[in-house]
Write a protein that binds this ligand. Structure first.
Ligand SMILES: Nc1ncnc2c1ncn2[C@@H]1O[C@H](COP(=O)(O)OP(=O)(O)O)[C@@H](O)[C@H]1O
Ligand SMILES: [Mg+2]
Length: 373
């Protein structure tokens, strides 16, 4: 390994429904990284949660069948060892920067960020608490509401209060048509649009397969779905805005038109919106990034109603990153190309790490003082 080069580790895969998207994102990032500047290692989490080493992850990168590689390795792993799932972590000792390219569970929710924190090296994207809060739609909305960022009205249903929060009660407060969604999911998995008691009850029952906390949200009818990419640390900037148009016959942007058959979905990059609306969405994106304590990158999603009122939808702290994904494409149309964007994210990770290193942690001294008493 060349000492002058930064050694970057890409993590990809994972056990969310976006495993394959993550694989494509990581592959695109790998290809775009300037190998004169970076040594790059790759580590894949299998769908079962096992961390493959660099060599085997590379085999998958180079086109070998994933199931075949995994079947070859995983049965040989000694799962009586509690660290079996992450034993290959010892391979990361010479890494300078960690780059999680894992969407959803474990990657976007603060879990892997905790591992990077323990390893005491810079990583791309938000910190532990910021990732966890941004991944939880209820906590996100609470923080945004406290800080004046408009979002849809909602109630939280749990197995404990389920009897009290009937369709009658929720619809009396939020309207006849409601969205039922797990607080900590993604990819539209477990989301239902309902407008009567039977649909509501079924959605709540199914929703509890994904999370014990469900959001019941007022519905924005025929919304425009608008996105904004944010880049930075404590100071950040927003890209031009983009919009997603789903076919008129579809009810909402669900798992099917997102991942199964996206042929009817159109993207407008950038989208031409009334000046006031665009300015408001841009400001809300920057406000949300600050309020949620995001770092590096986040794609902010909005729903705009028929009267051009924008509602904050969700923050995606590790958005899709293939070269046709919205996050990088919005920067592309805003003047930052794909590989420059990766360079900037790496620099932001290092800057954030150095910034935090300046903080004083007094507890060591306090601890010693207590011990000497
Ligand atoms: N309150 C709402 N009103 C109208 N449509 C909604 C609402 N909430 C969600 N949707 C639809 O469901 C999609 C997925 O919801 P979202 O909250 O973004 O969850 P996910 O994290 O799964 O993407 C949105 O893109 C939108 O099409
Ligand atoms: Mg979404």
């Amino acid at each position: 390994m060349d000492k002058k080069k930064l050694h970057v580790a890409l993590f990809f895969g994972g056990n969310s429904s976006e495993h394959d998207v993550s694989k494509r994102s990581a592959h695109n990032i790998y290809d775009a990284m300037d190998k004169d500047k970076y040594d790059v290692s790759v580590f894949m989490f299998t769908k079962g949660g096992y961390l493959l080493g660099n060599k085997d992850s590379m085999r998958i990168f180079n086109g070998e069948d994933e199931d075949k590689v995994v079947a070859e390795i995983v049965p040989k792993v000694d799962f009586s060892n509690p660290l079996a799932n992450i034993q290959n972590i010892s391979e990361v000792k010479n890494i300078d920067v960690f780059y999680p390219v894992i969407h959803g569970n474990m990657g976007e929710d603060g879990t892997i960020q905790g591992l990077f924190r323990l390893l005491d090296k810079p990583w791309i994207g938000s910190g532990i608490a910021s990732s966890a809060v941004s991944f939880d739609k209820d906590l996100t909305k609470q923080l945004l509401t406290l800080n004046g960022v408009r979002n849809t009205k909602y109630l939280v249903v749990t197995p404990e209060n389920q009897e009290e929060y009937s369709y009658e009660k929720c619809s009396a407060e939020l309207g006849k048509t409601l969205f039922v969604k797990p607080a900590r999911q993604g990819s539209s998995v477990g989301i239902f649009k309902v407008s009567n008691k039977a649909e509501f009850d079924r959605a709540v029952r199914d929703g509890f397969h994904y999370d014990f906390k469900l959001l019941i949200e007022e519905s924005i009818e025929h919304p425009r779905e608008v996105e904004c990419s944010v880049l930075g640390n404590r100071e950040s900037k927003a890209s031009k805005l983009g919009a997603i148009r789903i076919p008129e016959t579809d009810t909402f942007y669900d798992y099917n038109n997102k991942f199964v058959d996206a042929s009817g979905v159109a993207f407008e990059l950038p989208v031409d919106l009334p000046e006031k609306l665009a300015a408001e969405i841009t400001q809300m994106s920057l406000d949300a990034f600050r309020v949620l304590g995001n770092r590096g990158l986040a794609r902010m999603d909005f729903l705009v109603d028929q009267n051009d009122v924008p509602y904050f939808g969700e923050a995606n702290t590790l958005p899709g990153f293939t070269n046709i994904s919205l996050y990088p494409q919005l920067w592309q149309v805003s003047g930052i190309n794909y590989s420059d964007l990766i360079d900037q994210l790496i620099q932001l990770a290092i800057a954030e790490f150095n910034d935090n290193a300046k903080l004083h942690y007094d507890f060591v001294e306090l601890g010693e003082e207590k011990l000497s008493k």
